[in-house]
Design a protein around this ligand. Structure first.
Ligand code: ADP
Ligand code: ZN
Length: 738
């Protein structure tokens, strides 16, 4: 027997090995092996079993790890597709697909000593302490030794004595780490669905029962509060009743305890005895290992997680839900640069599963696909609870600036009045500003000097509490100078606004209000996040000011006002999706208001109040926005009208980067006849030319057929030799253009 192995080594190659006869019965595609490589021993994954190899003198594999292959045949096929489509190597792709904790040589289970009562044993001649400890164990039957020592106030000596008397046994046992072990979750029952939900669920269950190879990708466009989650829950329930499992993808920042609880509460215990596994980046390696194994062993049938949960080894797979499908965080910004939403669609296709992409603000790509019949469109235009959509008022900040003698105020009169009214009525307020820090730049009004990052082409943000200037790209920080470093002018000025400053101003304006700030500066640990939300829920906080961290997944009935401090901020990003992003962000944030009995109000402060992204969001008009935005994309032949690929060249020496970029462009032009109708733009400097000391130049390609384009590109890039220290990356269907 011969196996082909992808090593855990970025070499973009596979190697063949012999399998010694005594290991043959343990070999299957997807299993992990240890093999000799040069004078080292390396780990790798078996990607194929062969009869013969083109290579002579094969070495034998050393060892097969674990009893069960971690990579299922389905996932292996998916990994091959990803490597191919996203121009990545199979080794890098397998590394992404399989969590580190499962790839390791050692078993990842945590062994713990457990004490167990020997049934029917007579307790002869015990000391008082021994009897007490034994009584404690009798009540529990079995306990981890550690717990017994702590809770029964026992010593190891006492336990060993009891063991000698044959009253209990002490043995190592696997103990599973459950990140939610300390949570008390009350089970919930299914809600009776309204008419919209009923017809949507019927379409989904129909696809789940259908065995033909029809298209099973749904786009569920439902306004915030339309009850999408309840539909997901019942669709998953149906999937289970068919003996299959499901995966729910949620953006990392929406994977709040609240969200997880909703799924756990429905599926833990009860009818199916189904365990829900959770996969996200805050898990410890051990927790991740245990959650993953629970899925692989089929004990957990429902998985809820962020991007990489799309690779969860659920089998057989019935349903994948991608909630907030428009979210950019589904795209991985390192090799392989996959989009979990698109991988979900591919995976479902390979495994005959059904996909539901859900959003209140679908991406242009998905809505375009639904319009063209590639996806099946489902709509839920009204809120499930019959609550009205919140009233959105747009405030023109240019007029506010004219009224105010001291320049542009941070809070408009409307917003201040609005907050005051909420404070009088003991209601709560969420304020949103998508920029952390105190001031976005430090400037000298005399000579024009701006404190910039030495490694990146952006200005430094001032953080007042730590009194430092920080770079939000690379993390560089420096003390704020007391005078202009160029012209020695002592009157240097902070300008621009961040959440830290808003918090400070709020405290002055509303001295009685209890205010909390939620951004990545204040919430360094996951407990912080829970604590602040817990305090908000129980009414210990009146106003939350936060970045996009608070834009989703939060459901607080007492929030009746949402204020958006600077709505145009995301419009000025040099990206063709800036308008789309802004529309989505405004709609999402607005959706936090009016989730209870009192009607919600949203105040949007903007300097360009008539921008279509703001106006369509104000009217809750997704379709209107889509029509106008797709017109713009058509004119410029941007996605989703075309498909895009981005080549980025980066290096520390700008000349070498531009030289390589020009040369690569020539190579592309030379071979363009092989592929036909594509548009090549660039090389051009990236909008953020320099990041983390690297200069970046981009070449953008657009065409109609991405599979062909990416195969063609992969070949050219593989053969291309850039200048020394210059690296080329290929990004298929890029999301981040900056
Ligand atoms: P979405 O996910 O679309 O934002 P949710 O599923 O969170 O919406 O539903 C919004 C609110 O409506 C929740 O409080 C939910 O419990 C409630 N809800 C959903 N479906 C129903 C229903 N059929 N009957 C009553 N309340 C419902
Ligand atoms: Zn920097």
């Amino acid at each position: 027997m011969i196996v082909r192995v992808t090593l855990d080594l970025a070499v973009r190659k596979e190697f063949d090995y012999l399998v010694p006869i005594e290991l043959e019965h343990r070999i299957e595609a997807g299993c992990r092996v240890k093999v000799p490589f040069g004078n080292r021993q390396l780990l790798g994954s078996v990607t194929a079993i062969l009869d013969k190899s083109p290579h002579a003198a094969l070495k034998p594999i050393t060892k097969v790890l674990r009893s069960q292959a971690p990579i299922t045949p389905q996932i292996l096929e998916l990994a091959r597709w990803i490597a191919d489509y996203y121009c990545a190597s199979l080794d890098a792709t397998l590394k992404t697909v399989l969590p580190e904790a499962v790839r390791k040589e050692e078993e990842g289970w945590k062994q713990q000593l457990h004490a167990r009562l020997v049934p029917g044993a007579a307790n002869a001649n015990l000391t008082k302490r021994q009897a007490e400890v034994l009584a404690f164990l009798t009540a529990a039957g079995e306990l981890p030794v550690q717990r017994l020592l702590e809770q029964a106030n026992a010593t190891m000596g006492i336990l060993r004595r009891l063991e000698e008397k044959n009253l209990l046994t002490i043995a190592p046992q696997i103990s599973e780490r459950d990140p939610y072990a300390n949570e008390v979750i009350l089970p919930t029952a299914q809600l009776g669905l309204n008419a919209e939900q009923t017809s949507v669920l019927a379409k989904i269950t129909e696809a789940l029962t259908d065995t033909s190879d029809r298209n099973r990708t749904f786009l569920l466009h439902g306004v915030t509060g339309s009850g999408k989650t309840e539909v997901y829950l019942q669709a998953l329930d149906f999937t289970l009743s068919q003996g299959k499992g499901g995966i729910v993808l949620v953006p990392e920042i929406a994977l709040t305890p609240q969200t997880v609880e909703r799924f756990k509460a429905r599926f833990s215990g009860g009818k199916h005895q189904t365990l829900v596994a959770v996969l996200h980046s805050h898990l410890s390696a051990g927790e991740r290992h245990d959650e993953w194994q629970k899925i692989r062993q089929g004990r957990a049938r429902i998985v809820i997680g962020a991007r990489s949960a799309v690779f969860a080894p659920v089998h057989p797979l019935g349903l994948i839900v991608v909630d907030e499908e428009h979210e950019h965080s589904y795209k991985q910004e390192e090799t392989p640069r996959y989009n979990a939403r698109d991988v979900a669609v591919k995976r479902a296709q390979l495994e005959g599963a059904t996909v539901v992409l859900g959003s209140a603000t679908p991406s242009l790509e998905s809505y375009f696909n639904a319009r063209n019949g590639k996806y099946f469109l489902l709509e839920m235009p009204t809120r499930a609870d019959d609550k009205k959509m919140p009233l959105i008022r747009v405030v023109d900040m240019r007029q506010e600036a004219r009224k105010d003698k001291q320049g542009t105020p941070v809070f408009s009169r409307f917003l201040i009045d609005g907050i005051n009214r909420r404070m009088d009525r003991s209601e709560q307020v969420i304020l949103f500003l998508n920029r952390r820090g105190y001031a976005s730049s430090l400037q000298c009004p005399k000579c024009g000097y701006v404190a910039g990052c030495p490694n990146c082409s952006i200005s430094l943000t001032y953080h007042r509490r730590i009194q430092k200037l920080c770079c939000h790209i690379c993390g560089h920080n420096a003390n704020a100078p007391s005078e202009c470093p160029e012209c020695k002018n002592p009157a240097i000025r902070f300008s621009g606004l961040g959440t830290e400053k808003v918090e400070e101003l709020l405290a002055k304006l509303f001295p009685k209000a209890r205010i909390a700030r939620m951004d990545s500066d204040t919430l360094k640990r996951k407990e912080d996040y829970r604590r602040v939300l817990g305090d908000f829920k129980t009414g210990k906080i009146d106003i939350i000011i936060g970045t996009q961290m608070i834009a989703k997944g939060l459901h607080f009935p007492n929030v009746t006002l949402v204020g958006i401090i600077h709505a145009d901020l995301s419009l000025h990003i040099p990206d063709f999706r800036a308008g789309e992003r802004t529309f989505q962000l405004l709609t999402q944030v607005a959706g936090r208001a009016g989730r209870g009995d009192v009607e919600g109000e949203v105040i949007v402060q903007a300097f360009t109040p008539f921008h279509p992204a703001i106006q369509y969001a104000r009217r809750h008009d997704f379709e209107g926005f889509y029509e106008q935005e797709i017109g713009f994309r058509k004119e410029l032949k941007y996605p989703p009208i075309s498909r895009a690929a981005m080549l980025t060249l980066r290096g520390r020496n700008e000349d070498k980067v531009t030289l390589s970029a020009d040369y690569l462009r020539k190579e592309l032009d030379k071979k363009i006849s092989e592929i036909g109708d594509i548009i090549i733009a660039g090389p051009a400097p990236a909008p953020l030319l320099k990041a983390e000391s690297f200069y970046r130049y981009q070449i953008m390609l657009r065409g109609a057929n991405m599979s062909r384009l990416s195969r063609w590109l992969a070949k050219i890039v593989a053969d291309f030799i850039p200048a020394e220290d210059v690296r080329v990356t290929v990004d298929i269907d890029p999301m981040n253009l900056v």
